[in-house]
Design a protein around this ligand. Structure first.
Ligand code: FES
Length: 84
């Protein structure tokens, strides 16, 4: 059984820890998303294929933001691109 940090609403992915979930439907944490980006996944579609994040369908109920996680994934892609 995996243990994750408590779900919390978030607007800024820079405030999240590595263990915080980005995708609540599939239970994919920030470090997994960042790892996929650093391994070459540079688009939302590539992140989906690499991690299965953003492929769920119960976002409104499971995600504390009440919506899909694509905004946060795109923000992480942007942050990593700016970090190069
Ligand atoms: S929160 Fe990621 S697909 Fe629902």
């Amino acid at each position: 059984m995996k243990f994750f940090a408590q779900p919390k609403r978030y607007d800024d992915v820079t405030t999240l820890s590595d263990e915080d979930l980005i995708c609540y439907c599939i239970e994919v944490d920030k470090k997994t998303i960042v790892g996929a980006i650093r391994n070459g996944a540079s688009t939302l579609q590539a992140i989906k294929e690499a991690t299965e994040a953003c492929t769920g369908s119960d976002c409104k109920r499971l995600n504390p933001n009440g919506r899909c996680c694509s905004k946060e994934i795109n923000a992480l892609i942007q942050l990593e691109a700016n970090d190069v």
